[in-house]
Design a protein around this ligand. Structure first.
Ligand SMILES: NC(=O)c1ccc[n+]([C@@H]2O[C@H](COP(=O)([O-])OP(=O)(O)OC[C@H]3O[C@@H](n4cnc5c(N)ncnc54)[C@H](O)[C@@H]3O)[C@@H](O)[C@H]2O)c1
Length: 454
Protein backbone atom coordinates (compact mmCIF):
# COMPACT_ATOMS: atom_id res chain seq x y z
CA UNK A 1 0.00 0.00 0.00
CA UNK A 2 1.07 3.62 -0.42
CA UNK A 3 1.58 5.12 3.02
CA UNK A 4 2.70 8.57 4.16
CA UNK A 5 3.88 9.31 7.67
CA UNK A 6 3.99 12.81 9.11
CA UNK A 7 6.67 13.17 11.79
CA UNK A 8 9.85 11.09 11.82
CA UNK A 9 10.47 10.98 15.57
CA UNK A 10 10.62 7.90 17.76
CA UNK A 11 7.13 6.80 16.70
CA UNK A 12 6.88 7.99 13.10
CA UNK A 13 10.26 6.72 12.01
CA UNK A 14 9.79 3.35 13.69
CA UNK A 15 6.37 2.97 12.07
CA UNK A 16 7.67 4.02 8.66
CA UNK A 17 10.66 1.69 8.77
CA UNK A 18 8.58 -1.28 9.93
CA UNK A 19 5.88 -0.73 7.27
CA UNK A 20 8.59 -0.31 4.62
CA UNK A 21 10.24 -3.51 5.79
CA UNK A 22 6.89 -5.28 5.41
CA UNK A 23 6.71 -4.20 1.77
CA UNK A 24 4.54 -1.07 1.83
CA UNK A 25 5.69 2.01 -0.09
CA UNK A 26 6.32 4.61 2.59
CA UNK A 27 7.01 8.34 2.40
CA UNK A 28 8.21 9.85 5.68
CA UNK A 29 7.62 13.60 5.99
CA UNK A 30 9.15 15.90 8.58
CA UNK A 31 9.29 19.68 8.88
CA UNK A 32 12.79 19.40 10.39
CA UNK A 33 15.06 19.58 7.33
CA UNK A 34 18.11 18.40 9.30
CA UNK A 35 16.33 15.15 10.13
CA UNK A 36 15.37 14.63 6.51
CA UNK A 37 18.97 15.24 5.37
CA UNK A 38 20.26 12.70 7.89
CA UNK A 39 17.64 10.12 6.92
CA UNK A 40 18.38 10.52 3.23
CA UNK A 41 22.02 9.82 4.06
CA UNK A 42 20.97 6.54 5.73
CA UNK A 43 21.49 7.87 9.27
CA UNK A 44 18.89 7.94 12.04
CA UNK A 45 18.38 11.13 14.08
CA UNK A 46 17.55 9.08 17.20
CA UNK A 47 19.25 6.22 19.01
CA UNK A 48 17.13 3.09 18.83
CA UNK A 49 18.65 -0.40 18.72
CA UNK A 50 18.64 -1.95 15.19
CA UNK A 51 16.87 1.02 13.61
CA UNK A 52 19.77 1.78 11.25
CA UNK A 53 19.93 -1.87 10.18
CA UNK A 54 16.19 -2.22 9.56
CA UNK A 55 16.10 1.14 7.79
CA UNK A 56 18.80 -0.09 5.41
CA UNK A 57 16.76 -3.25 4.66
CA UNK A 58 13.60 -1.23 4.09
CA UNK A 59 15.39 1.46 2.08
CA UNK A 60 14.00 0.45 -1.37
CA UNK A 61 10.49 1.10 -0.02
CA UNK A 62 11.28 4.31 1.87
CA UNK A 63 11.54 7.92 0.80
CA UNK A 64 12.05 10.99 2.96
CA UNK A 65 10.59 14.37 2.29
CA UNK A 66 10.82 17.80 3.94
CA UNK A 67 7.49 19.07 2.65
CA UNK A 68 3.94 17.88 2.10
CA UNK A 69 3.78 18.89 -1.55
CA UNK A 70 4.42 15.82 -3.67
CA UNK A 71 4.38 13.45 -0.67
CA UNK A 72 0.71 12.83 -0.15
CA UNK A 73 -1.24 13.25 -3.34
CA UNK A 74 -1.81 9.54 -4.09
CA UNK A 75 -1.42 8.06 -0.59
CA UNK A 76 -3.97 5.49 0.63
CA UNK A 77 -3.13 5.93 4.31
CA UNK A 78 -1.45 8.80 6.15
CA UNK A 79 -0.24 8.48 9.72
CA UNK A 80 0.04 11.56 11.90
CA UNK A 81 2.94 10.92 14.29
CA UNK A 82 3.91 14.45 15.33
CA UNK A 83 4.69 15.43 18.92
CA UNK A 84 1.88 16.40 21.31
CA UNK A 85 3.94 17.95 24.13
CA UNK A 86 2.31 19.26 27.30
CA UNK A 87 1.18 22.89 27.61
CA UNK A 88 1.52 24.79 30.87
CA UNK A 89 -1.90 23.62 32.16
CA UNK A 90 -1.20 19.95 31.45
CA UNK A 91 -3.34 19.68 28.34
CA UNK A 92 -1.45 18.62 25.19
CA UNK A 93 -0.25 21.27 22.77
CA UNK A 94 -2.02 20.36 19.53
CA UNK A 95 -0.42 22.86 17.21
CA UNK A 96 1.68 20.26 15.34
CA UNK A 97 -1.34 18.00 15.00
CA UNK A 98 -3.37 20.84 13.54
CA UNK A 99 -0.55 21.76 11.09
CA UNK A 100 -0.38 18.14 9.96
CA UNK A 101 -4.17 17.89 9.52
CA UNK A 102 -4.28 21.07 7.45
CA UNK A 103 -1.31 19.93 5.36
CA UNK A 104 -3.11 16.69 4.54
CA UNK A 105 -6.26 18.50 3.39
CA UNK A 106 -4.25 20.88 1.23
CA UNK A 107 -2.10 18.33 -0.53
CA UNK A 108 -4.23 15.21 -0.98
CA UNK A 109 -5.51 14.79 -4.52
CA UNK A 110 -6.68 11.19 -4.66
CA UNK A 111 -10.05 9.55 -4.14
CA UNK A 112 -10.04 8.17 -0.59
CA UNK A 113 -7.54 8.63 2.24
CA UNK A 114 -7.50 7.10 5.71
CA UNK A 115 -6.05 9.66 8.12
CA UNK A 116 -4.65 7.83 11.14
CA UNK A 117 -3.94 9.51 14.46
CA UNK A 118 -0.93 7.68 15.82
CA UNK A 119 0.15 10.58 17.99
CA UNK A 120 -1.30 10.35 21.48
CA UNK A 121 -4.16 12.80 21.24
CA UNK A 122 -6.94 13.83 23.62
CA UNK A 123 -10.27 12.10 23.39
CA UNK A 124 -12.31 13.77 20.69
CA UNK A 125 -9.30 14.65 18.52
CA UNK A 126 -10.37 12.27 15.79
CA UNK A 127 -13.42 14.40 15.06
CA UNK A 128 -11.40 17.59 15.28
CA UNK A 129 -8.70 16.34 12.90
CA UNK A 130 -11.41 15.25 10.47
CA UNK A 131 -12.94 18.71 10.42
CA UNK A 132 -9.53 20.39 9.91
CA UNK A 133 -8.63 18.07 7.04
CA UNK A 134 -11.97 18.61 5.28
CA UNK A 135 -11.90 22.36 5.82
CA UNK A 136 -8.42 22.82 4.32
CA UNK A 137 -9.24 20.42 1.45
CA UNK A 138 -12.30 22.48 0.56
CA UNK A 139 -10.36 25.76 0.80
CA UNK A 140 -7.56 24.44 -1.38
CA UNK A 141 -9.57 22.54 -3.97
CA UNK A 142 -12.78 24.55 -4.02
CA UNK A 143 -14.95 21.41 -3.82
CA UNK A 144 -16.60 19.34 -1.11
CA UNK A 145 -14.42 16.89 0.81
CA UNK A 146 -17.34 14.54 1.47
CA UNK A 147 -16.31 10.91 1.18
CA UNK A 148 -12.63 11.59 0.46
CA UNK A 149 -11.38 11.24 4.06
CA UNK A 150 -11.95 9.03 7.03
CA UNK A 151 -10.14 9.51 10.33
CA UNK A 152 -9.05 6.54 12.44
CA UNK A 153 -7.21 6.25 15.71
CA UNK A 154 -4.34 3.77 15.99
CA UNK A 155 -2.58 4.47 19.29
CA UNK A 156 1.06 3.46 19.62
CA UNK A 157 2.33 1.38 22.53
CA UNK A 158 6.01 0.99 21.63
CA UNK A 159 8.68 1.41 24.28
CA UNK A 160 11.78 3.35 23.32
CA UNK A 161 14.74 0.99 23.46
CA UNK A 162 12.66 -1.92 22.13
CA UNK A 163 10.60 0.09 19.63
CA UNK A 164 11.14 -2.18 16.62
CA UNK A 165 10.43 -5.32 18.55
CA UNK A 166 7.25 -3.78 19.97
CA UNK A 167 6.10 -2.66 16.52
CA UNK A 168 6.77 -5.94 14.73
CA UNK A 169 5.55 -8.19 17.56
CA UNK A 170 3.00 -6.06 19.44
CA UNK A 171 0.84 -7.35 22.32
CA UNK A 172 -2.17 -5.98 20.44
CA UNK A 173 -3.16 -3.58 17.68
CA UNK A 174 -5.88 -1.06 18.48
CA UNK A 175 -7.85 0.56 15.67
CA UNK A 176 -10.69 2.97 16.26
CA UNK A 177 -12.95 4.11 13.47
CA UNK A 178 -16.63 4.46 12.67
CA UNK A 179 -16.03 3.84 8.95
CA UNK A 180 -15.97 0.32 7.59
CA UNK A 181 -13.89 1.19 4.53
CA UNK A 182 -11.20 2.77 6.72
CA UNK A 183 -11.16 -0.30 8.96
CA UNK A 184 -10.70 -2.60 5.95
CA UNK A 185 -7.77 -0.50 4.68
CA UNK A 186 -6.06 -0.67 8.07
CA UNK A 187 -6.63 -4.42 8.43
CA UNK A 188 -4.92 -4.91 5.06
CA UNK A 189 -2.05 -2.65 6.07
CA UNK A 190 -1.46 -4.51 9.33
CA UNK A 191 -2.26 -8.00 8.00
CA UNK A 192 1.40 -9.23 8.02
CA UNK A 193 1.75 -8.11 11.65
CA UNK A 194 -1.65 -9.40 12.76
CA UNK A 195 -1.02 -12.79 11.17
CA UNK A 196 2.76 -12.75 11.83
CA UNK A 197 3.36 -13.97 8.29
CA UNK A 198 6.56 -11.99 7.59
CA UNK A 199 10.08 -13.37 7.89
CA UNK A 200 11.61 -11.64 10.93
CA UNK A 201 15.04 -10.01 10.57
CA UNK A 202 17.86 -12.13 12.01
CA UNK A 203 18.71 -9.46 14.59
CA UNK A 204 15.06 -9.12 15.68
CA UNK A 205 13.94 -12.71 15.96
CA UNK A 206 10.29 -13.43 16.53
CA UNK A 207 9.88 -14.29 20.23
CA UNK A 208 8.91 -17.88 20.89
CA UNK A 209 5.19 -18.47 21.12
CA UNK A 210 4.17 -15.29 19.27
CA UNK A 211 1.18 -16.16 17.11
CA UNK A 212 -1.65 -14.08 15.72
CA UNK A 213 -1.72 -10.63 17.32
CA UNK A 214 -5.04 -9.62 18.92
CA UNK A 215 -6.83 -6.79 17.16
CA UNK A 216 -9.07 -4.43 19.10
CA UNK A 217 -11.35 -2.84 16.56
CA UNK A 218 -13.44 -0.17 18.19
CA UNK A 219 -14.82 3.34 17.94
CA UNK A 220 -12.64 6.46 17.89
CA UNK A 221 -13.22 7.61 21.47
CA UNK A 222 -12.54 4.16 22.93
CA UNK A 223 -9.27 3.81 20.99
CA UNK A 224 -8.16 7.24 22.19
CA UNK A 225 -9.04 6.44 25.79
CA UNK A 226 -7.29 3.03 25.64
CA UNK A 227 -3.95 4.78 25.09
CA UNK A 228 -4.32 7.17 28.03
CA UNK A 229 -5.75 4.50 30.32
CA UNK A 230 -2.84 2.14 29.51
CA UNK A 231 -0.16 4.73 30.22
CA UNK A 232 -1.86 5.94 33.40
CA UNK A 233 -2.12 2.35 34.62
CA UNK A 234 1.57 1.66 34.02
CA UNK A 235 2.59 4.93 35.67
CA UNK A 236 0.37 4.12 38.65
CA UNK A 237 1.90 0.65 38.94
CA UNK A 238 5.36 2.17 39.24
CA UNK A 239 4.20 4.76 41.75
CA UNK A 240 2.41 2.08 43.75
CA UNK A 241 5.57 0.05 44.25
CA UNK A 242 7.45 3.24 45.08
CA UNK A 243 4.87 4.09 47.73
CA UNK A 244 5.16 0.58 49.20
CA UNK A 245 8.95 1.04 48.99
CA UNK A 246 8.79 4.02 51.29
CA UNK A 247 7.03 1.92 53.91
CA UNK A 248 9.40 -1.00 53.28
CA UNK A 249 12.30 1.26 54.13
CA UNK A 250 10.70 2.27 57.45
CA UNK A 251 9.83 -1.27 58.54
CA UNK A 252 13.10 -2.81 57.33
CA UNK A 253 11.59 -4.87 54.49
CA UNK A 254 13.39 -5.62 51.21
CA UNK A 255 11.33 -3.99 48.45
CA UNK A 256 12.80 -6.22 45.72
CA UNK A 257 11.52 -9.28 47.56
CA UNK A 258 8.17 -7.63 48.22
CA UNK A 259 7.84 -6.74 44.51
CA UNK A 260 8.71 -10.30 43.50
CA UNK A 261 6.33 -11.72 46.07
CA UNK A 262 3.39 -9.73 44.77
CA UNK A 263 4.41 -9.74 41.09
CA UNK A 264 4.38 -13.52 40.79
CA UNK A 265 0.66 -13.35 41.37
CA UNK A 266 -0.56 -13.66 37.78
CA UNK A 267 -3.23 -11.03 38.46
CA UNK A 268 -0.50 -8.49 39.23
CA UNK A 269 2.54 -9.42 37.09
CA UNK A 270 6.19 -8.57 37.72
CA UNK A 271 6.69 -5.88 35.07
CA UNK A 272 6.64 -2.18 35.94
CA UNK A 273 7.08 -3.15 39.58
CA UNK A 274 10.69 -2.11 40.17
CA UNK A 275 11.03 0.47 42.91
CA UNK A 276 13.36 3.35 42.11
CA UNK A 277 13.43 7.03 41.29
CA UNK A 278 10.30 6.70 39.19
CA UNK A 279 9.29 7.24 35.63
CA UNK A 280 10.45 9.85 33.16
CA UNK A 281 10.19 10.13 29.40
CA UNK A 282 7.95 11.89 26.97
CA UNK A 283 4.80 9.90 27.67
CA UNK A 284 3.85 9.07 31.27
CA UNK A 285 4.10 12.60 32.66
CA UNK A 286 2.41 14.19 29.69
CA UNK A 287 -0.29 11.56 29.28
CA UNK A 288 -1.26 11.40 32.96
CA UNK A 289 -1.48 15.21 32.98
CA UNK A 290 -3.64 15.12 29.83
CA UNK A 291 -5.95 12.50 31.33
CA UNK A 292 -6.46 14.62 34.44
CA UNK A 293 -7.04 17.70 32.23
CA UNK A 294 -9.62 15.85 30.09
CA UNK A 295 -11.45 14.61 33.17
CA UNK A 296 -11.53 18.17 34.49
CA UNK A 297 -13.38 19.28 31.34
CA UNK A 298 -16.12 16.87 32.40
CA UNK A 299 -16.01 18.03 36.06
CA UNK A 300 -14.37 14.78 37.10
CA UNK A 301 -11.34 14.38 39.32
CA UNK A 302 -8.84 11.53 38.97
CA UNK A 303 -7.39 11.10 42.47
CA UNK A 304 -5.55 7.84 41.70
CA UNK A 305 -3.75 9.29 38.68
CA UNK A 306 -2.99 12.51 40.53
CA UNK A 307 -1.50 10.57 43.44
CA UNK A 308 0.66 8.56 41.03
CA UNK A 309 2.03 11.83 39.66
CA UNK A 310 2.71 13.23 43.11
CA UNK A 311 4.55 10.12 44.28
CA UNK A 312 6.68 10.21 41.15
CA UNK A 313 7.60 13.83 41.80
CA UNK A 314 8.60 12.99 45.38
CA UNK A 315 10.88 10.10 44.34
CA UNK A 316 13.22 12.58 42.64
CA UNK A 317 13.40 14.68 45.78
CA UNK A 318 14.26 11.60 47.78
CA UNK A 319 17.54 11.23 45.90
CA UNK A 320 18.67 14.61 47.19
CA UNK A 321 17.25 13.98 50.68
CA UNK A 322 19.07 10.65 50.93
CA UNK A 323 22.39 12.14 49.87
CA UNK A 324 21.88 14.99 52.34
CA UNK A 325 21.10 12.59 55.17
CA UNK A 326 24.24 10.58 54.44
CA UNK A 327 26.72 13.37 53.61
CA UNK A 328 25.23 15.91 56.11
CA UNK A 329 26.45 18.81 54.02
CA UNK A 330 25.90 19.02 50.26
CA UNK A 331 27.48 22.41 49.60
CA UNK A 332 30.86 21.90 47.96
CA UNK A 333 30.36 18.15 47.44
CA UNK A 334 31.01 16.47 44.12
CA UNK A 335 28.18 14.16 43.06
CA UNK A 336 28.42 11.92 40.01
CA UNK A 337 25.31 10.93 38.08
CA UNK A 338 25.51 7.71 36.09
CA UNK A 339 22.96 7.89 33.29
CA UNK A 340 21.04 10.78 31.75
CA UNK A 341 18.52 9.13 29.41
CA UNK A 342 15.16 8.51 31.03
CA UNK A 343 15.73 4.78 30.66
CA UNK A 344 18.36 2.46 29.16
CA UNK A 345 18.74 1.89 25.40
CA UNK A 346 17.50 5.30 24.34
CA UNK A 347 18.99 8.78 24.06
CA UNK A 348 15.66 10.43 24.92
CA UNK A 349 16.02 13.05 27.65
CA UNK A 350 12.45 14.31 27.79
CA UNK A 351 11.39 14.51 31.45
CA UNK A 352 14.46 12.49 32.40
CA UNK A 353 14.87 12.31 36.20
CA UNK A 354 18.61 13.02 35.78
CA UNK A 355 17.93 16.57 34.61
CA UNK A 356 15.72 17.37 37.59
CA UNK A 357 18.11 15.76 40.05
CA UNK A 358 21.13 17.59 38.59
CA UNK A 359 19.26 20.91 38.95
CA UNK A 360 18.31 20.19 42.55
CA UNK A 361 21.89 19.25 43.46
CA UNK A 362 23.29 22.35 41.78
CA UNK A 363 20.81 24.50 43.75
CA UNK A 364 22.19 22.88 46.91
CA UNK A 365 25.72 23.95 45.95
CA UNK A 366 27.02 20.62 44.62
CA UNK A 367 29.38 20.14 41.72
CA UNK A 368 27.65 17.63 39.45
CA UNK A 369 29.44 15.29 37.04
CA UNK A 370 27.47 13.30 34.47
CA UNK A 371 27.89 10.45 32.02
CA UNK A 372 25.64 8.46 29.71
CA UNK A 373 26.67 5.77 27.21
CA UNK A 374 24.61 7.27 24.33
CA UNK A 375 22.84 10.48 25.37
CA UNK A 376 25.86 12.79 25.92
CA UNK A 377 25.66 14.52 22.51
CA UNK A 378 21.94 15.10 22.80
CA UNK A 379 22.40 16.34 26.38
CA UNK A 380 25.04 18.89 25.37
CA UNK A 381 22.80 20.08 22.51
CA UNK A 382 19.58 20.29 24.52
CA UNK A 383 20.88 21.49 27.91
CA UNK A 384 23.79 23.83 27.14
CA UNK A 385 22.94 25.96 30.21
CA UNK A 386 22.95 23.21 32.82
CA UNK A 387 26.30 23.69 34.52
CA UNK A 388 27.50 20.14 35.01
CA UNK A 389 30.79 18.49 34.12
CA UNK A 390 30.31 16.14 31.16
CA UNK A 391 32.55 13.09 31.47
CA UNK A 392 33.72 10.66 28.83
CA UNK A 393 33.61 7.60 31.04
CA UNK A 394 32.01 6.44 34.30
CA UNK A 395 35.51 6.27 35.80
CA UNK A 396 35.97 9.98 35.09
CA UNK A 397 32.68 10.62 36.93
CA UNK A 398 34.05 8.71 39.92
CA UNK A 399 37.26 10.76 40.14
CA UNK A 400 37.21 12.72 43.42
CA UNK A 401 33.45 12.22 43.80
CA UNK A 402 31.84 12.22 47.26
CA UNK A 403 28.98 10.09 46.00
CA UNK A 404 27.70 8.42 42.85
CA UNK A 405 24.03 8.08 42.01
CA UNK A 406 22.88 5.48 39.50
CA UNK A 407 20.10 7.23 37.60
CA UNK A 408 19.70 5.04 34.49
CA UNK A 409 20.20 1.30 34.79
CA UNK A 410 22.34 0.83 31.68
CA UNK A 411 23.84 -2.66 31.52
CA UNK A 412 27.30 -1.01 31.14
CA UNK A 413 26.96 0.39 34.67
CA UNK A 414 25.99 -2.93 36.21
CA UNK A 415 29.13 -4.42 34.67
CA UNK A 416 31.56 -1.68 35.76
CA UNK A 417 34.71 -2.54 37.69
CA UNK A 418 33.27 -1.14 40.92
CA UNK A 419 36.52 -1.80 42.79
CA UNK A 420 38.27 0.65 40.47
CA UNK A 421 35.35 3.08 40.81
CA UNK A 422 35.70 3.01 44.63
CA UNK A 423 39.44 3.63 44.43
CA UNK A 424 38.95 6.79 42.39
CA UNK A 425 36.36 8.38 44.69
CA UNK A 426 36.88 10.70 47.62
CA UNK A 427 34.49 8.53 49.62
CA UNK A 428 32.92 5.41 48.13
CA UNK A 429 29.21 6.11 48.56
CA UNK A 430 26.67 4.95 46.00
CA UNK A 431 22.97 5.72 45.78
CA UNK A 432 21.40 3.03 43.62
CA UNK A 433 18.47 4.94 42.19
CA UNK A 434 17.19 1.90 40.32
CA UNK A 435 17.91 -0.81 42.90
CA UNK A 436 19.86 -2.42 40.07
CA UNK A 437 23.35 -2.94 41.49
CA UNK A 438 24.73 -5.89 43.43
CA UNK A 439 24.78 -4.49 46.95
CA UNK A 440 26.89 -7.27 48.53
CA UNK A 441 29.55 -6.95 45.82
CA UNK A 442 29.73 -3.16 46.15
CA UNK A 443 30.00 -3.41 49.93
CA UNK A 444 32.91 -5.83 49.52
CA UNK A 445 34.71 -3.07 47.60
CA UNK A 446 34.16 -0.68 50.48
CA UNK A 447 31.08 1.14 49.23
CA UNK A 448 28.43 2.50 51.53
CA UNK A 449 25.31 1.48 49.60
CA UNK A 450 21.99 3.32 49.64
CA UNK A 451 18.96 1.92 47.84
CA UNK A 452 16.12 4.20 46.90
CA UNK A 453 13.68 2.11 48.91
CA UNK A 454 13.92 -0.86 51.23
N1 LIG B 1 8.15 8.24 22.12
C1 LIG B 1 7.41 7.25 22.55
O1 LIG B 1 7.88 6.31 23.22
C2 LIG B 1 5.93 7.23 22.23
C3 LIG B 1 5.21 6.04 22.44
C4 LIG B 1 3.85 6.02 22.14
C5 LIG B 1 3.22 7.17 21.68
N2 LIG B 1 3.94 8.33 21.52
C6 LIG B 1 3.25 9.51 21.00
O2 LIG B 1 3.59 9.64 19.63
C7 LIG B 1 3.68 11.04 19.27
C8 LIG B 1 5.06 11.32 18.69
O3 LIG B 1 6.02 11.08 19.71
P1 LIG B 1 7.57 11.02 19.37
O4 LIG B 1 8.25 10.60 20.62
O5 LIG B 1 7.79 10.23 18.13
O6 LIG B 1 7.86 12.57 19.09
P2 LIG B 1 9.16 13.24 18.46
O7 LIG B 1 9.22 14.61 19.02
O8 LIG B 1 10.32 12.32 18.57
O9 LIG B 1 8.80 13.35 16.89
C9 LIG B 1 7.86 14.21 16.35
C10 LIG B 1 8.34 14.62 14.96
O10 LIG B 1 7.31 15.35 14.31
C11 LIG B 1 7.91 16.38 13.54
N3 LIG B 1 6.89 17.40 13.27
C12 LIG B 1 6.32 18.26 14.14
N4 LIG B 1 5.39 18.99 13.51
C13 LIG B 1 5.37 18.57 12.22
C14 LIG B 1 4.60 18.95 11.08
N5 LIG B 1 3.64 19.85 11.16
N6 LIG B 1 4.85 18.33 9.91
C15 LIG B 1 5.82 17.38 9.82
N7 LIG B 1 6.55 16.98 10.86
C16 LIG B 1 6.33 17.57 12.05
C17 LIG B 1 9.05 16.86 14.42
O11 LIG B 1 10.03 17.57 13.68
C18 LIG B 1 9.57 15.52 14.98
O12 LIG B 1 10.57 14.96 14.15
C19 LIG B 1 3.35 11.81 20.55
O13 LIG B 1 2.00 12.11 20.56
C20 LIG B 1 3.66 10.82 21.64
O14 LIG B 1 2.92 11.04 22.81
C21 LIG B 1 5.28 8.36 21.77
Amino acid sequence: MRVSIIGTGYVGLTTGVCLGFLGHKVTCIDSDQNKIALLRAGKTPIYEPFLTELMAEARPNLSFCGEYAGSLQDAEVVFIAVGTPPSADGSPDLRYLSEAARGIGQHFEGDFLVVVNKSTVPIGSGNWVGSLVRESYEQQHGRKANGHFSVASNPEFLREGTALHDSLFPDRVVIGSDNNRALQVLYSLYRPILDQTFAAPTYLARPEGVGAVPLISTDLASAELIKYAANAFLATKISYINEIGQLAEKVGADISQVAKGIGLDARIGTRFLQAGIGWGGSCFGKDTAALVATAREYSLSMPIVEAAREINRRQRERVVEKLLAELKILKGRTIGLLGLAFKPNTDDLREAPAIDIARKLIERGCKVKVHDPVAMDRFEREYPDLSVVCCESPEEVADEADALALITEWQDYRELDWEVMASRMRSPLVLDGRNALDRARLERFGFRYLGIAG
